[in-house]
Design a protein around this ligand. Sequence first.
Ligand SMILES: [Zn+2]
Ligand SMILES: [Zn+2]
Length: 210
Amino acid sequence: MDRPAGTERGQVRKAQPAAAGEKGVKRKCGICRQPAKYYSPVAAWCSHEHGAELAKRLRDKAIAKKAKKEKQETRIRKQSLKPRSKLLAEAQSAFNAYIRARDASLPCISCGVTTAAQWDAGHYRSVGAASHLRFNEDNVHKQCSRPCNKDKSGNLIEYRKGLVARIGVARVEALENDSRTLRLSVEDIQAIKAKYKQMTRELQHEADRL
Ligand SMILES: [Zn+2]
Ligand SMILES: [Zn+2]
């Protein structure tokens, strides 16, 4: 039977005089381009030989397509196995280290102390409430861990005063009005981590030279 493998039984019809494909165009053999005697919804062919050859070509093409798709799916699966949350935490840690280095000579943004047992990188708008600002340099400043960041939940009233003094009310309001959504890809997060590690190194080299 002149039916390329992979086509359903019943889909193959012997070409009629009006055996044209869509739009009334007479179909041609997929191998030799001569008028087709037989056709299916996906192929047309002139003879048993070309029917068989066409079937093989379609089969090979389908196999190659399937292999390519599987390869792609495997790659995506491997990517998503990478712990995104871990990467995000590493990037945040690199960013926070940069903020502490940038603000090394500055007091706590919210209470003004200059010595503290531990310094944090305090978010004005929290990561939980505004995750799109988690890596925003205007939104994060060196802050005493205790009491401001840990015990006073960021000490936000005083934080805002300190923030206005440092970056001006316009930038503070821009932060407050920023309601974008931000979806970081794994590559974005890797790039952020690398960028802030490098920026911290540069600040440290500068500090060493002084
Ligand atoms: Zn042919
Ligand atoms: Zn403080």
